[in-house]
Design a protein around this ligand. Structure first.
Ligand SMILES: Nc1nc2c(ncn2[C@@H]2O[C@H](COP(=O)(O)OP(=O)(O)OP(=O)(O)O)[C@@H](O)[C@H]2O)c(=O)[nH]1
Length: 490
């Protein structure tokens, strides 16, 4: 929509719970705009955590057209723009207005209350210059029902929406999509504008041509909105609302969430150790995680790692030109959840960094090979040893071990073990060392074990076997790890 000089600038709020797909929606808009020649947009990106991963993801899509055309991006980090850092919102809006933008988009944090942002827009110094064109709320179609159950913020966001984008429809059947629509209706019975989306792909017009500016006293923050008592006075001053505080309040919800930010300049990670972290030490109460990292085995590449929704875990290759130097090699992570062990997470991630001690090979002898191999396996977080007792006798089975069961993989452990089996056996030059498998009597896939038969392995070293096993494991896990896969909570 063309804006005449001196006219107030439309501002669209994009809200939605943690990991719903807000940044993906904005990135899509930015990419489309980069290809075309649309209005210059001021982007205000709020991240709950200290490290603003979303802003970096959006920035990587902004190349800028002709001079002065590039979007203007302002980061609002380390707090919720609707409460703890609301003062910064006003300054940021003024900042982007000074850049002569034609439209402003505010990406809220996942637990924000949009009505508080609307309050800021109505401040006398802003309302002459910006008008609220609407509130677009993005929901993760796969996990929205559980989210609505658990989060007052998520319910409030929906109740105030002008448009609801049901994102991640690739993960839903038609019936499930209809059920999600019903759930939304239950929370927001007046909700009319519901559109589906995959990977945040929505028509530009949903954001740029939205005209839902509320008249004072009606509109977004309706009677049903669960108001935070802490913000009651502020809201009542401009909106004629009746407040119905319910538990937990927005403030309580924010306070119940911990964020752990991890930032290391120029750090590269050891893929095997990182895989071990994901398999065994990943904080089980994290509901959102995102970050960037580089592996020493993949020079020039930087990976973005995401965990959201029903523990859906994405890792995608962010090959970038500056990955070899400067900030392109910096590792940055954010974990959001309840009861997170900050020191433990940081220690675990640090221990995944490249370098450090490599275990040495042990002396000759089959019993010693078995013992050394067992030590290698025990020291690798990706595995657990099931049995390692019969050392010193004629060796058929030297170590029974298996890939460690991961809490969040819906990927079958049996499949992973089978895949490791075939990778190892097809690549190992050492024909006397091969893997077999056994299932337990109940056929429980989690108990599926790998059995390493190393008959006559006296002539080979534990280190050689271990290196071959590590290579096979890395290759197998990398295939899983670097592609998107679903991690359902059991
Ligand atoms: N399968 C699937 N994944 C999606 C879709 N849209 C986004 N994602 C993934 O969901 C994860 C979270 O997406 P974001 O856009 O970062 O979500 P967000 O709402 O900005 O997250 P926060 O700002 O942290 O609250 C990422 O891994 C995305 O790639 C989709 O339509 N389908």
């Amino acid at each position: 929509m063309e804006r005449r000089e001196g006219e107030a600038v439309p501002l669209t709020i994009i809200s939605g719970f943690l990991g719903a797909g807000k940044t993906t929606v904005i990135n899509n808009l930015v990419r489309k705009r980069e290809a075309g020649n649309k209005a210059k947009t001021g982007l205000l990106v709020n991240d709950f955590a200290e490290v603003n991963i979303d802003a970096e993801l959006i920035r990587s899509n902004i190349t800028g057209g002709k001079e002065g055309d590039a979007d203007t991006l302002v980061e609002l980090s380390n707090g919720c723009v609707c409460c703890t850092i609301s003062g910064e919102l006003q300054h940021s809006i003024e900042k982007v207005l000074a850049c002569n933008v034609d439209h402003i988009i505010v990406e809220t944090s996942g637990v924000s209350d949009p009505s508080s942002i609307i309050t800021t827009l109505l401040l006398p110094q802003l309302r002459k210059h910006v008008w609220l064109s609407g509130l677009v709320v993005v929901v993760d179609g796969e996990s929205i029902e559980a989210t609505l159950e658990a989060s007052a913020s998520a319910r409030n966001q929906l109740k105030q929406a002008d448009v609801v984008v049901i994102n991640k429809t690739d993960l839903l059947s038609n019936d499930e999509y209809e059920t999600v629509k019903e759930s939304i209706k239950k929370v927001a019975p007046e909700q009319f504008n519901v559109i589906p989306s995959q990977y945040g792909s929505i028509p530009d017009s949903v954001v740029y041509d939205l005209e839902a500016s509320p008249a004072e006293g009606d509109g977004h923050a309706e009677d049903e909105v669960e108001k935070d008592p802490d913000q009651q006075d502020q809201h009542q001053s401009w909106m004629n609302l009746s407040f119905k505080p319910r538990k937990p309040s927005h403030k309580q919800e924010i306070e119940s969430l911990a964020t752990v930010s991890y930032s290391r300049k120029g750090a590269t990670f050891d893929l095997a150790r990182f895989q071990g972290f994901m398999a065994s030490s990943f904080p089980p109460t994290a509901i959102r995680a995102k970050g960037f990292l580089c592996f020493d085995c993949a020079p020039g590449k930087r990976y973005i790692l995401q965990l959201s929704g029903k523990r859906r875990f994405d890792a995608s290759d962010l090959t970038c030109s500056d990955a070899e130097s400067g900030s392109g090699r910096d590792a940055q992570f954010v974990f959001i959840g309840s009861g997170l062990d900050r020191a433990g997470i940081i220690r675990d991630l640090d221990s995944c960094r490249s370098g450090g001690a490599v275990a040495s090979s042990g002396p000759e002898g089959s019993a010693q090979v078995a013992q050394d191999l067992c030590t290698f396996i025990k020291n690798d977080l990706r595995f657990e040893v099931v049995e390692a007792s019969d050392f010193g006798i004629a060796i058929e089975t030297i170590v029974l071990f298996r890939l460690r069961h991961t809490r969040w993989h819906s990927m079958s452990l049996s499949d992973m073990n089978r895949s490791l089996l075939s990778t190892f056996n097809s690549t190992s030059n050492e024909t006397r060392v091969f893997l077999t498998h056994q299932t337990n009597p109940e056929g429980d896939p989690d108990s599926f074990t790998l059995r390493l038969d190393a008959a006559g392995c006296a002539s080979c070293s534990a280190q050689d076997i271990w290196i071959a096993l590590q290579r096979a494991t890395e290759s197998m896990l990398t295939n899983v790890f670097m592609s998107t896969f679903c991690c359902g909570i059991k």
